[in-house]
Design a protein around this ligand. Structure first.
Ligand code: ME8
Length: 506
C-alpha cells in the first residue's frame, strides 16, 4: 500500500497555541485526510518541543516546576488539536523517555563518525529563536524575527561539522538526479536556501554547558543537547528509531515536512546534513508556508494581538475556522489576518454559498419530493461537477489549499446556479415531472461535494452526508473513497434528513 508520512513542526511549549500553529496543523490535517481518503496509509505526526532555555525561562516565569509546566502546555496543544478535529496519528513530546533514547543514539552515531569537535564559542544567541546569529544576519543588531537584542553567550561546546556538508547539500537540492535529491517549496524559499548555502556555512554548536533543561550528551553528561538537534530527531522517534523495527524502514524518509519560513534553515539544511552524516535518507519534500500577521503586526504576546484558535472557533465554529485559515491566503505567501477578512469570508462562502445551497436543496426535496431521493434520468450536472473538481488533485499535491477550496466553491456555485436556472418552484407549476430529475442531480452533486469537503471540513461534510441519508462516517470510522466517481449515486426513495441551517450569517 502507498504510504505518506507528513509532519508539522513540534511546537514550543513556552506559550499556548495560536492560529499560526493551527494554520500549519490544519493544513497537514487536510493532506492527511485527503490521502487517507484516497486509500493511502498515512502517518501524520505533530507534537511539542519542550527543552531549551526558552522553555526553562517560561516555566520559571510562571513559578512552576519545568516538567509540570511542559505537561500543562503540551496538553493544551493536544486539546486544541482535538477540538480542531486534527487527525494526527502520533504526538511526540521531547520530554518522553523514548525520545531521549532516540536523540542520544543519533548523537552517538555522529560522534562515532568523527563529525563532532569541541571548541570555545562566543556568539550572539536569541533565546526566542533558540539559535545563534552572525552579525550579518542581525538587523540593526536585533534578532530579525523577534526584534530583540541577542544575548552574548560564551562557553565550551561540542560542534557538528555542518560546513563539511555544504556542497553535498547544494547538489542534493539543485540536482534532480542526485541520489539524495529533495525538494524545497515554494521556489523563492528554495532560492533563499540555495543562496545562503552558496555562501559560507558555519559549524553548528550542538550542546550547552550551562543549561540543565535538556537531554544529556551521551559522551559528556555535563552538557545537554542543543534543543534544535533534540527537536529534529522527533521525526525519527515517532517511527520507532533507534530500534531496528520494520517501522523505521517502512516510514523513513518522511514524505513532507511542513512548517513556516522561520524554521526552514533547520529543516532544509541542518536536518538533511545531520541525516547525511549518520547515513540516513533525506526527507522527500519540505514546504515552508508564509507568516500571518494580525492587523499588520507580528502576532506576539507583548503586543497583545495573538489570536487563539478557541476565539476563532467560538465565532466561526470548528469547520468555519478550518475553512477561514486555509482560504485566506495562498499557502506560501504571508498574509494579514483581520476580523473583517474572517467575517466577510464566512458570510460569503459559508453562510451564503454552501449553507444556503444545502438548506435550500433539502427544503425543496422535503417540499416537492416528499423528503425522499427522487427518481430521474440525466447526469449532466453530476458529470460537470466531477469534471470541475478534477484540478483539486494537483492543487492539493502542490499544497495550494486556497485554490483547491476555490475549485470546490466554483462547484458549489455551479449547483446553486443550476437550481436558479431550473427553478423547481416554477417547474412545480409548469412541468412537475421535471422537478424530481433536477433535484436528484442536485442531491447527487451534494454527495460529491460532501466527499471533497471532508478533508477541509470533516464535521460539515459528515452532517451533509447524513442529511443525504448516508451512514455517519465519522462514527463508523469509514475511510471510503471513490473508486469510480462516475458511478456516484443515491438510491431512489431514500429519505433525506433536513438539519438545522449550518452557518448562520454573522
Ligand atoms: O519553531 N504564521 O516552534 P514554534 C504562520 N519548536 N505560522 C506560524 C506563525 C505565524 N505567525 N507562528 C508560528 C519551533 N507558526 C520549533 C520547531 S520542529 C523540529 C521544531 C507555526 O512553536 C509555523 O509552522 O516557534 C512555524 O514554523 C511554527 O509554528 C513555529 O513554531
Amino acid at each position: 500500500m502507498n504510504r505518506f508520512f507528513i509532519t508539522t513542526p513540534i511546537y514550543y511549549v513556552n506559550d499556548v497555541p495560536h492560529i499560526g500553529h493551527a494554520y500549519t496543523t490544519v493544513a497537514a490535517d487536510v493532506l492527511a485526510r485527503w490521502y487517507r481518503g484516497h486509500g493511502m496509509e498515512v502517518l501524520f505526526l505533530t507534537g511539542t518541543d519542550e527543552h531549551g532555555t526558552k522553555i526553562a525561562q517560561a516555566a520559571a516565569a510562571h513559578n512552576k516546576p519545568t516538567q509540570q509546566y511542559c505537561d500543562e502546555i503540551s496538553a493544551q496543544f493536544s486539546d486544541t488539536w482535538k477540538e480542531l478535529r486534527i487527525s494526527n496519528d502520533a504526538f511526540i513530546r521531547t520530554t518522553s523517555p523514548a525520545h531521549a533514547i532516540a536523540v542520544q543514539e543519533f548523537l552517538k552515531k555522529l560522534w562515532e563518525k568523527g563529525l563532532i569537535f569541541k571548541a570555545l564559542y562566543q556568539g550572539k544567541y536569541c533565546v526566542q529563536c533558540e539559535r545563534f546569529y552572525t552579525d550579518d544576519e542581525l538587523v540593526g543588531g536585533l534578532c530579525p524575527d523577534h526584534r530583540i537584542p541577542p544575548e552574548i553567550q560564551s562557553e565550551e561546546n561540542y560542534f557538528f561539522r555542518l560546513s563539511a556538508f555544504r556542497e553535498q547539500l547544494l547538489a542534493a537540492i539543485t540536482n534532480e538526479d542526485h541520489p539524495q535529491h529533495f525538494k524545497i517549496f515554494p521556489r523563492e524559499r528554495r532560492n533563499e536556501v540555495i543562496g545562503k548555502l552558496k555562501q559560507e556555512v558555519n559549524d553548528l554548536s550542538i550542546s550547552r554547558a550551562t543549561l540543565a533543561w535538556g537531554i544529556p550528551l551521551p559522551w559528556d553528561r555535563s552538557q545537554t543537547i542543543y534543543v534544535w538537534v533534540d527537536a529534529l530527531v522527533n521525526y525519527l522517534t515517532a517511527i520507532g528509531y533507534p530500534s531496528d523495527t520494520p517501522r523505521v524502514e517502512e516510514w523513513w524518509p518522511a514524505d513532507l515536512h511542513l512548517m513556516a519560513k522561520d524554521i526552514l534553515w533547520f529543516h532544509a539544511v541542518v536536518w538533511p546534513a545531520l541525516l547525511m552524516a549518520v547515513g540516513m535518507k533525506l526527507p522527500k519534500k519540505i514546504f515552508a508556508h508564509g507568516f500571518f500577521t494580525v492587523n499588520g503586526q507580528k502576532m506576539s504576546k507583548s503586543l497583545g494581538n495573538v489570536i487563539r484558535p478557541a476565539e476563532m472557533i467560538k465565532e466561526y465554529g470548528v469547520d468555519g475556522t478550518r475553512y477561514l485559515l486555509l482560504s485566506a491566503f495562498p499557502f506560501g505567501a504571508d498574509g494579514d489576518f483581520t476580523h473583517d477578512l474572517m467575517k466577510t469570508g464566512y458570510n460569503a462562502a459559508l453562510a451564503n454559498d454552501l449553507g444556503n445551497l444545502i438548506s435550500r436543496a433539502m427544503t425543496m426535496v422535503e417540499k416537492y419530493c416528499d423528503g425522499k431521493v427522487p427518481a430521474g434520468e440525466g447526469r449532466e450536472l453530476v458529470n460537470q461537477v466531477l469534471e470541475e473538481l478534477k484540478p483539486m488533485d494537483l492543487q492539493l499535491e502542490h499544497l495550494q489549499f486556497k485554490d483547491a477550496l476555490a475549485t470546490l466553491w466554483l462547484v458549489v456555485d455551479h449547483v446553486n446556479r443550476f437550481i436558479e436556472a431550473k427553478a423547481p418552484w416554477k417547474l412545480m407549476k409548469e412541468s412537475p415531472a421535471d422537478v424530481g430529475p433536477a433535484l436528484r442531480q442536485v442531491l447527487i452533486s451534494l454527495k460529491v461535494i460532501s466527499f471533497y469537503l471532508r478533508p477541509f471540513m470533516p464535521d460539515t461534510a459528515n452532517l451533509l452526508w447524513m442529511q443525504l441519508g448516508q451512514p455517519d462516517y465519522i462514527k463508523n470510522r469509514a475511510v471510503e473513497f471513490f473508486d469510480a466517481p462516475e458511478s456516484v449515486d443515491l438510491p431512489v426513495g431514500q429519505p433525506i434528513k433536513r438539519g438545522t441551517p449550518m452557518f448562520p450569517r454573522k
